[in-house]
Write a protein that binds this ligand. Structure first.
Ligand SMILES: [Zn+2]
Length: 236
């Protein structure tokens, strides 16, 4: 009688599955936060009016979200195209030289530590069941079922960017005239610290260090833009 296998480990939480798109989302939010708040601080430092500051923020949100979406769509599409091309190459190789491909697959399992006979048997069974899938997964590291979806990635990064950009815009809408710079900076830094900590907890990193890192980066970006805005504002 076959010994019963223990049930899969119920408490193991693997992060890598969900971390890719979460990390992209956190980066998108950070991008939106830093670039839109810096834009607004820049024109504010150039003594722009309240409505100009707000318009700048909204224009930054729209422009940034659309360019993030376009960039993500193009990069994920080219990644998907490259994966599809690789899989087509595998499919043709399997048609033209099934024996050679079987040996190649067996060699991969042997390299991973299986005995020669067992490697060949595993390769034979997996190739019989789903040859393209086995080669894509174990030779190319591609999971056929989970091709990246360019449109989904584009929409996700646009939403993330817009979400980040909305923080300084909302802070400006809620603040009274004259307090804008202070409120934009404080709201952005708090949001950056939170997104940094979230990013760290996704990847299992140190939240405090990650929070400080994005705070520093965001703070420098706003300071430099404010300085340039001030210089331009006082000279023009
Ligand atoms: Zn192959």
């Amino acid at each position: 009688m076959q010994p019963s296998l223990p049930s899969p480990h119920p408490t193991e939480h693997h992060r890598s599955q969900r971390s890719n798109w979460l990390r992209a989302a956190v980066l998108g939010v950070d991008d939106g936060l830093v670039s839109t708040s810096s834009l607004m601080i820049g024109v504010l430092a150039a003594h722009a009016s309240y409505s100009t500051i707000l318009t700048t923020g909204i224009a930054g949100l729209v422009a940034g979200a659309l360019s993030m979406a376009a960039g993500e769509y193009v990069s994920v599409s080219s990644q998907r195209d490259a994966e599809r091309t690789d899989i087509d190459i595998e499919r043709r190789a399997l048609q033209n030289n099934p024996k050679g491909e079987l040996a190649e697959l067996a060699a991969i399992y042997q390299q991973r530590g299986l005995s020669k006979d067992l490697s060949l048997e595993v390769a034979r069974q997996l190739q019989a069941r789903d040859a393209v899938g086995a080669h894509a997964r174990d030779e190319l590291g591609i999971t056929v079922a989970t091709h990246p979806n360019p449109l989904q990635a584009a929409i996700a990064s646009a939403i993330a960017f817009a979400g980040g950009s909305f923080v300084p815009i909302l802070a400006t809408l809620l603040s009274k005239t004259g307090e804008n710079a202070f409120v934009i900076v404080v709201a952005t830094l708090i949001a950056l610290a939170i997104s940094g900590a979230i990013g760290a907890s996704i990847g299992g990193g140190n939240r405090f260090v990650a929070g400080c890192r994005v705070l520093l980066g965001g703070g420098i970006a706003m300071a430099v833009t404010a300085l340039i805005g001030h210089l331009i504002g006082t000279t023009l």
